[in-house]
Design a protein around this ligand. Structure first.
Ligand SMILES: *Cc1c(COP(=O)(O)O)cnc(C)c1O
Length: 365
C-alpha cells in the first residue's frame, strides 16, 4: 500500500509545472532575478488578495517578522508578547530586533493565544503583541486588539500559516499594524524557493519596509539607515503569482478534507482543535491530540500513514531561550499540546480514497 504522508508537494507542483516554467522563462529572459518587476507584480496581486493597501515581498517569513519589528521601532529593552505554542520563528523576529519575547499560554481548546492571559504580561517595556493564526485558524483578533488598544501596543499578525483564512468574514492580513506571511514551500501558498511577505495599510510602514529589505536604501547607493539584503527573488515571485491563482481552490479542498475529518473521525482517544464560529480556518495543518502519542504514531506508521509533529517543544522550553528563565509548568496548555499533538495528512491533493483511509484507520484505533 502507498504511504500517505503528512504533506506531499509533488502533485501540486506537477499540476502547475507548465505555467510556472513559462513564468520562469520570462524572468530568465528579463534577468529580473532579484526584486524588480515580478516581485512588484506579486506584491500587487497579494495585497489585492489580502484586501490590504500594501504588500512587501521579502526573502522569507522570518525576515518578515524581523523587519516588522524594526519598522515599528522595536529594539533593545523592549518586550513583545507572543504565544508559547508557535513555530520558533515568531520569537526569532522579536529576538533579532534586540527585544525580548514574552510568552503567554494558549487556550485549552482552540490552541490559539489566550487573550485573558495577556494583560498580566504587560509591563512598561511592552511594545507589541504578535498573534499567530496557528495551523491556519485565526486567533481571537478582536479580543487581542482590544487589549493592544487599551495599553497602546502595536498588534502584528503572524499569518505564516494562514493565507486566505478569515476572521469574522474578513481576510487575515489587515487587522494589525502589519501581518507577516511565509511562502516557504510547505505553506498553503509556497514559492518554488524561499519567500516571505508583509501586508499593511499604513504608507509609512510600506515605505520603511521597502527600504529596510534593500540595504536601507530608496535611492541606489544612498543609505538612510543600516538595512538588510532581504529582497524577494524574481523566480520565487513569478512562481507565487501563478500559484496565488490556485490558492482559493487549494484552501477549499483543505476545508473539505477537514470537514470530513471533523465529521467522520469518531474515536474518544482523539481530540480535535475547537473552531470558534468567528474563524474560517484554511487548515495549514490538521492537528489532533491523544494521550498516548507514541502508541498512536506507531499504529499509524504501521498502517502506512506518516503523521507530523507541530511542534514537539514549546518556545519557552527551547534551549535557545534558556536564559529567559522559563520552566516546565509555566504554560500548561502549550506544554500539553507539545507532548500530545500529532498532525494528520493535510494537503489539497489528497484523494477522497486517501482521506477515507485515514478516517477508517483512526476509527479502528
Ligand atoms: C513558517 C513560519 C514562520 C517563518 O517562515 P519562514 O519562511 O520559514 O522563515 C513564521 N511563523 C510561523 C507561525 C510559521 O509557521
Amino acid at each position: 500500500m502507498k504511504k500517505i504522508p503528512c504533506l506531499d508537494l509533488k502533485q501540486q507542483h506537477l499540476n502547475v509545472k507548465k505555467e510556472v516554467f513559462a513564468a520562469f522563462e520570462k524572468v530568465y529572459e528579463d534577468t529580473a532575478f532579484s526584486g524588480g518587476k515580478f516581485v512588484e507584480d506579486f506584491e500587487k496581486n497579494f495585497s489585492v488578495y489580502c484586501d490590504t493597501k500594501y504588500a512587501i515581498g521579502v526573502n522569507n517569513g522570518t525576515s518578515a517578522l524581523h523587519l516588522a519589528m524594526l519598522a515599528l521601532g522595536i529594539g533593545h529593552g523592549d518586550e513583545v508578547i507572543i504565544p508559547a505554542n508557535t513555530f520558533i520563528a515568531t520569537a526569532w523576529g522579536v529576538s533579532y530586533s534586540g527585544a525580548t519575547p514574552v510568552f503567554v499560554d494558549c487556550t485549552k481548546d482552540t490552541w490559539e493565544i489566550n487573550p485573558q492571559l495577556i494583560e498580566a504580561k504587560i509591563t512598561p517595556k511592552t511594545k507589541a503583541i504578535i498573534g499567530v493564526h496557528l495551523y491556519g485558524q485565526p486567533f481571537d483578533i478582536d479580543a487581542v486588539q482590544a487589549i493592544a488598544k487599551k495599553h497602546n501596543l502595536f498588534l502584528v499578525e503572524d499569518a505564516a500559516q494562514a493565507h486566505g483564512a478569515k476572521y469574522k468574514g474578513k481576510q487575515v492580513g489587515g487587522f494589525g499594524e502589519m501581518a507577516c506571511f511565509s511562502f516557504y514551500p510547505g505553506k498553503n501558498l509556497g514559492a518554488c524557493g524561499e519567500g516571505g511577505g508583509i501586508t499593511t495599510n499604513t504608507e509609512k510602514y510600506n515605505t520603511h519596509l521597502h527600504s529596510l529589505r534593500n540595504h536601507g536604501s530608496m535611492v541606489r547607493y544612498y543609505h538612510d539607515e543600516i538595512g538588510f539584503n532581504m529582497r524577494m527573488g524574481g523566480l520565487e515571485a513569478a512562481s507565487l503569482t501563478i500559484k496565488l491563482k490556485y490558492l482559493e481552490g487549494w484552501n477549499t479542498r483543505r476545508k473539505e478534507i477537514a470537514k470530513k475529518y471533523f465529521a467522520e473521525i469518531k474515536n474518544e482517544k482523539i481530540t480535535m482543535q475547537i473552531q470558534p464560529s468567528f474563524t474560517d480556518s484554511v487548515f495549514h495543518l490538521f492537528v489532533v491530540t491523544t494521550e498516548n502519542r507514541d502508541a498512536f504514531i506507531k499504529y499509524l506508521q504501521d498502517k502506512n500513514i506518516n503523521p507530523g509533529l507541530h511542534y514537539p517543544v514549546p518556545c519557552h522550553l527551547q534551549k535557545a531561550y534558556q536564559n529567559l528563565g522559563y520552566k516546565v509548568g509555566d504554560f500548561p496548555n502549550s506544554e500539553y499540546l507539545a507532548s500530545h499533538c500529532i498532525s494528520l495528512p493535510m494537503y489539497a491533493e489528497l484523494t477522497d480514497a486517501e482521506v477515507q483511509t485515514v478516517i477508517d484507520i483512526i476509527n479502528q484505533y
